[in-house]
Design a protein around this ligand. Structure first.
Ligand code: DX5
Ligand code: ZN
Length: 248
């Protein structure tokens, strides 16, 4: 059974992975009955983090899982756990997800009125705090007003709620806008992109400045998730560090 990290250990891992071009497998598209096996496959393929999509059926029209499942995942792996909260009132859930072992927690600003308190809570809990921007919200305007509060900026390239959608037109420009903000912001936030990432779109997102690239269907709906991960990671030039295994 693995445990949550100490604040110092989390900082060490964050410092190591924040600047890298990394594929973030989204477990939303995994086989939930065999989650432990799916996670092990990603570890062997060289993944450094796992993206966990939390949906409440209210902020988005779909329901996934909550802190109990995140705690079970934490018990299986030392990988960075990147929770993406698509929930109303995310501030109420920072503590439960931090206690469950999430390392980064990303929220949607339109779901809350209390960003300053959420920033304070994230500092107190020593977790990385992210801001997700939906395709129907302006990137530059949003970041100019509140972007400075966040350690990670998640540009959504599909409407949140479901895996398997297509990378939306106009995404390249939005990623470039966010990349310009991240390069100039004192916190130097990670720029993450989420939705419709597959061969082709992954290199577009990376070329426009994204460093963490979430991929769900492109990995877990592939007949060979191990190979699918490796091939996406190779496309953005990153190094797969896992122990590896023969690709069948
Ligand atoms: C959608 C989620 C995504 C989703 C991406 O609301 O935030 O993380 O898993 O799935 P794909 O890669 O299939 O578009
Ligand atoms: Zn997501």
């Amino acid at each position: 059974m693995k445990a949550s990290r100490s604040a110092a250990e989390r900082q060490r891992v964050w410092a190591r992975i924040r600047g890298e071009a990394l594929i973030a497998p989204s477990l939303l598209s995994a086989d939930f009955v065999h989650l432990a096996d799916e996670i092990k496959t990603m570890e062997e393929a060289g993944a450094q983090l796992l993206h966990l999509d939390v949906m409440d059926g209210h902020f988005v029209p779909n329901i996934t899982f909550g802190p109990a499942v995140v705690a079970s995942i934490r018990g299986q792996t030392d990988l960075w756990l990147d929770a993406h909260l698509m929930v109303t009132d995310p501030g109420a859930f920072l503590l439960p997800f931090a206690e469950a072992g999430a390392d980064s927690v990303t929220i949607h600003a339109e779901a809350t009125a209390d960003l300053a308190r959420i920033r304070q809570d994230a500092d107190r809990l020593s977790i990385v705090l992210g801001l997700a921007i939906r395709p129907d919200r302006p990137v530059a305007g949003t970041l100019a007003s509140i972007g400075g509060l966040f350690d990670l900026i998640l540009v959504m390239t599909v409407m949140p709620g479901y895996g398997g959608q297509s990378y939306m037109e106009g995404s390249s420009e939005r990623i470039r806008e966010a990349a310009a903000f991240c390069a100039a912001s004192p916190r130097r936030p990670v720029l993450e992109v989420d939705g419709g990432i597959r061969s082709g779109t992954v290199s577009d997102a990376a070329a426009n400045g994204a460093n963490w690239l979430v991929a769900g269907n492109a990995i877990f709906r592939d007949p060979n998730p191990f190979r699918a991960f490796r091939s996406l990671q190779a496309e953005v030039g990153g190094v797969a560090r896992g122990p590896g295994r023969p690709a069948s």
